[in-house]
Design a protein around this ligand. Structure first.
Ligand SMILES: Cc1cc2nc3c(=O)[nH]c(=O)nc-3n(C[C@H](O)[C@H](O)[C@H](O)COP(=O)(O)OP(=O)(O)OC[C@H]3O[C@@H](n4cnc5c(N)ncnc54)[C@H](O)[C@@H]3O)c2cc1C
Length: 383
């Protein structure tokens, strides 16, 4: 059934196609990728061939020219893969590291970085966080200094998804002595340049099919042509990027919550029917009914906000509300599902615990719960 007014039959058909792709080309390998600690480049290439890495990008740059709800469908469906790390790593490519190139990039940057990323030939990552600066983006210390036609970059970035294997990074740096948000600029930096080192690959609680790095930049020279957007305007550029990152994460979280709910009620129907006449069984049914209402309410908030984002608005208040609500909910539903599975939920063999571990990141990444609450209070005029 078409979920009007946001989706048309075209989106529904696309959803069926992506669900088939995830079921057959991703899900069977999820465990292997979790164990090896990353998803392979071959799946990136495959997604590029299918057009899945450029759904909402215009055809002139190699995209499919779809609307934003094509990306929403992809985010929701990827959440069914049973490998949150894969979903996140691909989102970093499609919805985090490359949108600033489309929005602020030169023709040459689109040619060298965006088009090969859409084809799945280049793996991208995004570098905001540093060992000493996470939520407070305006305090970052990685420094780029102009030297003739080049910039020389020094510093380090932490928790960088795709970082150990990425071809390039959309990098947030400080380019002047101006304090806070004023002296920040973005660069596109090839990661095979002399002076770039992967100093650490992290051993994480969840999202284990995605690899995460600490990257060090020591006298890395990049040509001036790699400055992305306006010099000194990088903070505004990255704040714009973060709005997209948050709304697509919210869409993925709604998909994840819906999937967890379906897994829970299937288990209840198939494995716990012997309890049917008991109070506990009714309590579980009612818990899932209430959960379904919560998911539907958050879904509406996410879709309404995604609709505005797709029309080039970036309503920070609603995006923060959607991000907070959806990411908290997805972890809460994963926890409910684990509870319904009982001891089996705690057994790795059932692969329920993975969704529980993976979804915990949502309350930290792309802006923590506390940062979202700060933006919401400010948006509401509460001092
Ligand atoms: C698996 C993983 C993948 C990631 N991928 C990337 C990536 O690809 N690129 C990238 O740049 N970053 C990435 N990150 C980093 C992520 O975006 C940061 O973890 C996040 O922004 C929070 O920063 P922090 O961890 O430094 O926490 P901190 O900012 O140090 O915060 C610690 C605690 O203090 C609270 N706090 C901080 N400031 C305030 C405040 N003003 N008011 C109230 N409470 C506050 C926070 O909410 C949190 O609870 C990733 C992180 C993880 C774990």
């Amino acid at each position: 059934m078409t979920y009007a007014p946001y989706f048309t039959e075209k989106h529904d058909k696309f959803r069926e196609e992506v669900r088939y792709f995830i079921e057959n080309e991703v899900k069977p390998f999820a465990k292997e990728w979790e164990e090896q600690g990353y998803f392979p480049r071959s799946i990136l290439k495959r997604m590029g061939e299918l057009g899945y890495l450029g759904l909402s990008y215009p055809e002139e740059v190699g995209g499919l020219g779809g609307d934003y709800f094509m990306s929403v469908v992809m985010a929701e469906e990827k959440a069914r893969a049973g490998a949150g790390g894969f979903a996140m790593g691909i989102s970093v490519q499609t919805d985090m590291a490359t949108p600033p190139i489309m929005e602020f990039g030169t023709e040459d940057q689109i040619e060298r970085f965006l088009k090969p990323s859409i084809r799945g030939e280049k793996l991208a990552c995004l570098g905001i966080t540093e060992p000493n600066h996470g939520s407070d983006v305006a305090s970052i210390e990685t420094r780029a200094v102009r030297d003739g036609d080049e910039w020389v970059i020094n510093g380090s970035k932490m928790y960088i998804t795709n970082g150990p294997r990425a071809d390039f990074i959309t990098l947030v740096t400080r380019t002047s002595d101006d304090p806070g948000y004023r002296g920040i600029s973005l660069f596109l930096v090839d990661l095979d340049l002399p002076g770039v080192t992967v100093s650490k690959t992290l051993d994480k609680v969840g999202m284990r099919s995605s690899d995460t790095a600490e990257l060090i930049f020591e006298d890395v020279r990049v040509p001036h042509e790699n400055l992305l957007g306006e010099e000194g305007k990088g903070f505004y550029h990255i704040m714009w990027e973060l709005q997209g990152e948050r709304i697509i994460s919210a869409a993925g979280a709604v998909g994840g919550a819906q999937h967890s709910l379906e897994v829970a009620y299937r288990y209840l129907n198939e494995n716990l029917s012997s309890l049917e006449l008991t109070e506990q069984y009714h309590a579980m049914k009612h818990l899932l009914a209430e959960t379904a209402i919560e998911i539907e309410a958050v879904r509406q908030l996410v879709y309404a906000t995604a609709y505005r984002f797709g029309r080039n608005e970036a309503p920070a208040l609603e995006i923060s509300m959607a991000k907070l609500a959806a990411l908290q909910l997805s972890h809460q539903v994963a926890d409910t599902t684990l509870q319904i599975y009982g001891e089996n939920g705690f057994d790795n063999a059932y692969e329920i615990e993975r969704g529980w571990r993976d979804s915990r990141l949502g309350r930290i990444g792309a802006g923590t719960d506390e940062i979202m609450k700060g933006i919401i209070s400010k948006g509401l005029g509460i001092n």
